[in-house]
Design a binder for this molecule. Structure first.
Ligand code: ZN
Length: 128
């Protein structure tokens, strides 16, 4: 099953926990794991707290760690920073499933990270 996300900024974090929970609930699988996977090369997935100040902090630190510079890939489509940021964050998360629910900690949320928006993105959720 896919979740469609319409991002609004070049770099942005979208909380997709409720959408992932919905897919898990409808999957019929009581106990297992949910793989949340992005097939894009300029997006990422992380699990963390969705507090608005922290989300800003995450975006700020990503931009500090990988600043916009003259990378080799920029001669292709001028978005090397987005690819590099994506490789550091990773393109999937795996979450345990119990009683048809995600076994997340109290403050944990599934966060989609857009790094070269705004675009329409698709995230794959596979429950096994
Ligand atoms: Zn590119």
């Amino acid at each position: 099953m896919y979740i469609t996300i319409n991002t609004k900024s070049r770099i942005e974090i979208v909380d997709i926990t409720n959408e992932v929970e919905g897919i898990v609930k409808n999957s019929g699988i009581e106990d297992g794991i949910a793989l949340v996977y992005t097939r894009h090369t300029t997006t990422a997935l992380i699990i963390n707290e969705a507090e608005s100040g922290l989300l800003d902090d995450i975006l700020n630190i990503i931009q500090k760690i990988v600043p916009q510079e003259s990378y080799k890939h920029n001669r292709i489509d001028n978005n090397a920073d987005a690819h590099l940021r994506a490789t550091l964050l990773g393109n999937s998360v795996v979450i345990p499933v119990a009683n048809k629910r995600l076994e997340l900690g109290t403050w944990q949320r599934v966060l989609f990270v857009e790094l070269d928006g705004p675009r329409t993105r698709k995230v794959l959720v596979k429950v096994v």
